[in-house]
Design a protein around this ligand. Structure first.
Ligand SMILES: [Zn+2]
Ligand SMILES: [Zn+2]
Length: 392
């Protein structure tokens, strides 16, 4: 009887028109098409090689950064990077200290576990490889090459150094500082001198650094770190055959820090493919440029090759009467170029063309257009001056 009554009530409610209408209304409705978009940085093929965009300097919550390794991976991919290294500090993990305090109630004595600050304890007890493993799991979802690394942080007068392309971060630390570099090289890694003026008045090498460089412990230098460019480091890299690197040294969110500029600071590597082997080989051959705040930094050779590969130049018209020739310059890359001739400035935006007229030279011939690229920087704080290749 009770069952029958319930059925009757259900039937009445069920057939009520307003209830029927209500039932047809969806529980949830998406108010925005959440498709995540990657920023594509379009760069040219240079001498038959691809340009790979790499950030070799980032931090996570496992040292003193604010993001997890997984977030760093996703962030790099959506920022347009092809290569990422997470370089958490080897010797000191300030955020880990906070984590251990939060987890203290899980310990039997209720006290925080030992903090692996090598400066105090003389050893490192953190499993640094776990950071890479977590990032690697996430990196599988993207065509992104994850490079294993760590930042060796010595006292200010000695400096900070990134060990990249290493295999076991835990085996890098040694109480002897020089052995940390040796351990990195033993693993097939390369060592980059980071932000050379950090907590120092000059980037000039002191006695200790002079010896470290001379003994072959250093393979490259950060010519740019975040938005800071170190103009004197370009000459050092060219003269001492060191690779030029640029990185964000991101501790926070790049989306905020680089919101006013199109792209985050990165190293452009000219390589065959984005395998670790090819990237490392290209770096040891110093086939890099550095992007920083809309500027490109590097050796004159690679700046020229990169610029001429970026720009298509055609003759539009020759006015024999006036003795002038008009050229069309087309920018096939995402990099805006600022070109100067005398007092004239020409902005050549990404995927746009401009025309410029040139007269004959002193000998009475039409020549290649010669321009100064005001956002390309070679040795000694000087802009690249380039003869633009025609009809290549
Ligand atoms: Zn540092
Ligand atoms: Zn750093």
């Amino acid at each position: 009887m009770r069952k029958l009554l319930l059925l009757l009530v259900a039937a009445i409610i069920g057939f009520a028109p307003e209830v029927l209408a209500q039932k047809k209304v969806a529980e949830t409705r998406s108010m925005y098409n959440t498709v995540y978009r990657r920023t594509e940085i379009i760069l040219p093929q240079v001498k038959g090689m691809n340009c790979y965009k790499a950030d070799f300097h980032t931090h996570t919550i496992y040292s003193d950064g604010g993001l997890t390794p997984r977030q760093r991976v996703r962030e790099a991919w959506y920022d347009g990077m092809d290569v990422l290294a997470i370089t958490d500090h080897l010797e000191g993990n300030s955020f880990a200290k906070t984590m251990l305090r939060i987890l203290a109630p899980y310990n039997k004595d209720g006290k925080p576990s030992e903090w692996s600050n090598a400066k105090k304890s003389g050893r490192v007890i953190t499993d640094h490889n776990a950071v890479f493993d977590e990032a690697a799991e996430e990196a599988q979802n993207y065509p992104l090459t994850l490079v294993k690394g760590t930042e060796i942080g010595l006292e200010p007068e000695k400096g900070h150094f990134n060990a990249l392309f290493i295999k076991d971060v835990n085996a890098i630390y040694d109480t002897d500082e020089i052995k940390r570099f040796e351990n990195a090289h033993k693993q097939g890694g390369i060592v980059i001198h980071n932000h050379p003026t950090y907590r120092r008045k000059t980037s000039d090498k002191n006695e200790w650094q002079e010896k470290v460089y001379k003994d072959g412990h250093i393979d490259g230098v950060e010519v740019a770190n975040a938005f800071t460019f170190y103009p004197r480091m370009v000459r050092r890299c060219v003269e001492e055959k060191l690779v030029m690197v640029g990185g964000t040294d991101s501790h926070g969110v790049t989306d905020i820090y680089y919101s006013g500029t199109p792209f985050r600071t990165h190293t452009i590597i000219f390589a065959k493919d984005r395998s670790e082997k090819s990237l490392k080989k290209a770096m040891l051959k110093r086939q890099t440029l550095v992007y920083c705040g809309g500027h490109i930094i590097g050796s004159e050779y690679w700046l020229k090759e990169f610029f001429n590969a970026s720009i298509e130049c055609k003759v539009v018209h020759t006015n024999e009467k006036k003795g002038t020739r008009t050229f069309q310059l087309t920018n096939h890359t995402s990099i805006p170029y600022t070109l100067r001739r005398g007092k004239g400035t020409y902005t050549l935006n990404p995927f746009e063309s401009i025309t410029i007229g040139f007269g004959k030279n002193k000998e009475g011939y039409y020549t290649q257009p010669k321009l100064r690229v005001a956002n390309m920087w070679g040795m000694d704080n000087k802009n690249l001056v380039v003869n633009i290749e025609i009809d290549k």
